[in-house]
Write a protein that binds this ligand. Structure first.
Ligand code: SF4
Length: 277
């Protein structure tokens, strides 16, 4: 039996920075609030809760003068204002690449561009980025372009974990529709490299296992990529998923994880496959 593990597996830079950062801060501060799940991964969230991190969905649930961590996905500008009004100590782990998107949107809006944001409408990163300009149009599918009004000056930018293949098609269709358009491809290289490596591995193996949180959109995208290249694919959250038992039927097994899955989960999945075999 052979197991091929994607080199791009494990936390991406931004998620690692946020998870390690929150873990260090809670050690010294004892209690920290975090707005939203730090990553879409139950294992990591549970571990941090045990150490004293309190996850909340609303700033209303944080008392004045507390410590507030901002996760890698970032938040809209008004959240900073509300946090300051409550005198919260903001510990900002917004990924620098997401910060760049925020400042580009703001700059383009101030220069008179209409903003089109390409991304999943319910993704926290998209929701955060929308808060840096007024009347941002969000699209996640090429079919939505025809529903957009015509604008004289357009600036488009994309969610960091959006599918590269889908983006390229959307960008070219936007350029057909708008005469004056600036398109910024802000897909994170880590996302693109992960998707490409996932495709390569899926072509070589009999069985492809994608590991990641249930709510992780980049994990779901990896699964779509794997399914397009390999007939036998599963998506699991960790080594306890029963679907992993199917490994016994195959000789060459591939593993790839989403950006919010720690390496320790991947190691446990490998251990489990070896036990099954
Ligand atoms: S995928 Fe890229 S942009 Fe998003 S958090 Fe990770 S490193 Fe940052």
């Amino acid at each position: 039996m052979e197991i091929i593990i994607g080199k791009e597996s494990g936390f991406c830079f931004g998620v690692k920075r946020a998870v390690d950062g929150v873990e260090n801060e809670v050690k010294t501060k004892g209690k920290i609030y975090c707005l939203g799940e730090i990553v879409h991964n139950e294992v990591v969230v549970k571990r941090l809760k045990e150490k004293g991190v309190i996850f909340v969905d609303d700033l209303e649930d944080v008392n004045n003068n507390e410590n507030l961590a901002i996760r890698a996905h970032g938040v809209s500008e008004d959240i900073y204002d509300k946090a300051k009004a409550k005198n919260l100590n903001i510990i900002d782990f917004t990924c620098p690449k997401v910060k760049q998107i925020h400042s580009k949107i703001k700059e383009a809006y101030n220069q008179g561009f209409k903003i089109i944001l390409i991304g999943k409408k319910d993704h926290p990163e998209t929701i955060g980025s929308m808060g840096y300009a007024k009347d941002v149009y969000v699209i996640e599918d090429i079919s939505e372009i025809e529903t957009l009004p015509y604008f004289d000056k357009v600036f488009s930018i994309v969610q960091t974990t959006f599918s590269f293949e889908k983006y390229i098609k959307i960008e070219s269709k936007l350029k057909e529709k708008y005469n004056d358009i600036v398109c910024v491809n802000s897909i994170c290289p880590s996302t693109k490299n992960r998707q490409e490596e996932c495709r390569e591995i899926s072509r070589k193996v009999d069985f492809m296992i994608i590991i990641g949180g249930k709510n992780s959109s980049n994990t779901k995208k990896l699964f779509d990529v794997a399914c397009s290249e390999c007939e036998n694919c599963i998506i699991i959250q960790d080594e306890n998923d029963k679907k992993i038992e199917d490994s016994r039927k195959y000789d060459i097994i591939g593993l790839m994880s989403g950006a919010s899955t720690p390496m320790e989960t991947i190691d446990k999945v490998v251990e489990k496959i070896n036990q099954i075999k």
